[in-house]
Design a protein around this ligand. Structure first.
Ligand SMILES: Nc1ncnc2c1ncn2[C@@H]1O[C@H](COP(=O)(O)OP(=O)(O)O)[C@@H](O)[C@H]1O
Ligand SMILES: O=C(CO)[C@@H](O)[C@H](O)COP(=O)(O)O
Length: 504
């Protein structure tokens, strides 16, 4: 008998489900991709039912292909792409495609929120009301699709919709609730002040639970659909970055998380709710009870690489493309890339900035462009690290997770640009492992997350900064920092041109 828990990692490009034993061994993993729809500039949508189908395919494969016994799956928990808005009607049916974290159509609503509430908003939520967050999306629907808003009875975030379809129960955990920017961080309740100011009924907001709380068992319908047992319990789960931090053992302010998924994240553990970065960096409830974290998000990190591969190297696999960057040099033979290809969130909150290659020369070959993409993403992370260091933070270790952590070359580039030791995880499923840990603690297998971390989280490779490279990158980063102010006006005009001409 091998009892296990499932960690469901609902990302932007795919869902991955990991089965983990009490000893922290990953005994099986399955996944399934789903599409992203970008029908207009700034729009990013998914069909919530695609998440359910993909998660179910992964679970069915775990049972049929990997021979997991349903009755041995004791618990399930979830890590979810953050901020996405799912609206349900009175019969809990989905009213429109989910508007995702990288959907930036709500600039007008963002400005209205700041015009109405200004600093009071930042005081309550510790965040700015950026386009990526849930409240501006909800106000966009209210203004542009009033017939849908009128029918909306419940708002859920992506992982909470998946849980709802598995259990029939509505809930949201605190780490995802802060990402809606509708939670009062001091009071740890939905903010009446914000809801009343913008005419949103509190009944739209689901009940709040902790990430390790039991959120009900698999219901009869989903048991029939997936092959799971109705004895399997589900637990609150958390925002993907909170779960990534749990699964990467980020349990003190001297460890920094660097996550290269579709988006990119630089994340710091915050032991209390007193710190307020005035919204330049995000501030969120953690999946660890009573803890918090702050982070800066590069909207298109892995997405920049995926875009490059899809556009210029569609027939090659990721590893071949990424490793070709070794043929180039530190600084890509004098080529820089700014990864603002879907706008940016931090440190520049600017939905209309766009990316650039700077310094293109007749000598450049494709591998220089690949190298520039890898480096540009990490320069953008360096901008975020600078924000922390400017406030006096010092980091001993950077833990690298996400799809980007599959590349040793990219991790060495991180060590050199961060000038800090970078470690990878033995099991690079950070968010999925974090979700599994929440189920393991929720089931009572461990007293708390810290005890579970000792058993579940192990580092693998260590990448040390190479002094010669550190110096070169320091100089290149100074040049890189000039790209945003120098290209802002030009790229804003190009985005306006596209909007006027309605092309994609
Ligand atoms: N072999 C590889 N080496 C480096 N990066 C990779 C590799 N394979 C995929 N990636 C990057 O990982 C990203 C996906 O990371 P992942 O953490 O799975 O994303 P998400 O959780 O957002 O769906 C891709 O966008 C791609 O840029
Ligand atoms: O918007 C954010 C964080 O604020 C993103 O980090 C999303 O949570 C999506 O994550 P990935 O799919 O890139 O992991």
């Amino acid at each position: 008998m091998t009892e296990c828990v499932l960690g469901v990692d609902l990302g932007t490009s795919a869902v991955k489900v990991s089965a983990v034993t009490k000893k922290g061994e990953i005994i099986a993993q399955e996944g399934m991709d789903f599409p992203l729809s970008q029908p207009q500039p700034g729009y990013a949508e998914q069909d919530p039912e695609d998440w359910v189908s993909a998660a179910t395919v992964a679970i069915v494969r775990l049972i049929l292909r990997d021979q997991l016994k349903p009755e041995e799956i004791k618990g399930i928990s979830y890590s979810g792409q953050m901020h996405g808005l799912v609206l349900l009607d009175k019969d809990n049916r989905v009213l429109r495609p989910a508007m995702l974290w990288n959907d930036t159509r709500s600039t007008k609503q963002r400005e209205e929120i700041m015009a109405k509430m200004g600093n009071r908003f930042i005081e309550i939520t510790h965040n700015q009301p950026l386009e990526g967050f849930t409240l501006p999306k909800l106000l966009w629907v209210k203004e542009n699709q009033p017939e849908i808003f009128a029918k909306a009875k419940t708002m859920l975030l992506p992982k909470d919709y998946l849980r709802f379809r598995m259990t029939g129960k509505l809930a949201i955990d605190y780490s995802d609730a802060t990402g809606t920017v509708m939670l009062d961080v001091e009071k740890q309740t939905w903010s009446r002040e914000i809801l009343e100011t913008f005419g949103i009924s509190e009944s739209l907001c689901p009940p709040l639970v902790r990430s390790i709380d039991n959120t009900g068992q698999i219901d009869d319908w989903y048991a029939e659909y997936s092959g799971l047992s109705t004895t399997t319990k589900t637990f609150g789960g958390g925002a993907d970055n909170a779960c990534g931090a749990v699964g990467a053992g980020i349990d003190s302010p001297t460890k920094l998380l660097s996550s290269i998924g579709t988006s990119g994240v630089i994340l710091k553990y915050e032991p209390n709710r007193k710190t307020n970065y005035q919204g330049v960096l995000q501030y969120e409830d953690h999946a660890i009870p009573d803890a918090f974290y702050s982070m800066g998000v590069t909207l298109a990190a892995g997405f920049s690489l995926s875009w490059f591969k899809k556009t210029f190297a569609a027939d090659e696999d990721f590893t071949t493309v990424v490793e070709s960057a070794a043929k180039s040099t530190v600084g890509a033979n004098g080529l820089l890339f700014a990864p603002y290809i879907v706008g940016e969130r931090a440190p520049y909150a600017d939905a209309d900035i766009r990316g650039s290659f700077i310094g293109v020369d007749g000598i450049h070959q494709r591998h220089d462009f690949v190298r520039a993409v890898l480096e540009g993403i990490i320069f953008s992370f360096r901008d975020l690290m600078d924000k922390y260091e400017a406030k006096g933070s010092h980091f001993e270790t950077v833990v690298s997770i996400g799809g980007g952590a599959k590349s040793r070359l990219w991790q060495q580039i991180q060590a050199d640009i961060f000038n800090t030791r970078v470690v990878s995880l033995k099991n690079e499923q950070g968010p999925g492992l974090g979700a599994a840990m929440l189920a393991a603690v929720g089931l009572g297998w461990f007293k708390d997350i810290s005890e579970c971390t000792k058993v579940f989280v192990h580092f693998k490779d260590v990448f040390l900064p190479q002094p010669g490279n550190v110096e070169k990158y320091r100089r290149l980063h100074e040049i890189y920092k000039q790209i945003y102010p120098s290209t802002k006006q030009i790229t804003h005009e190009l985005v306006a041109y596209r909007r006027e001409n309605q092309d994609r």
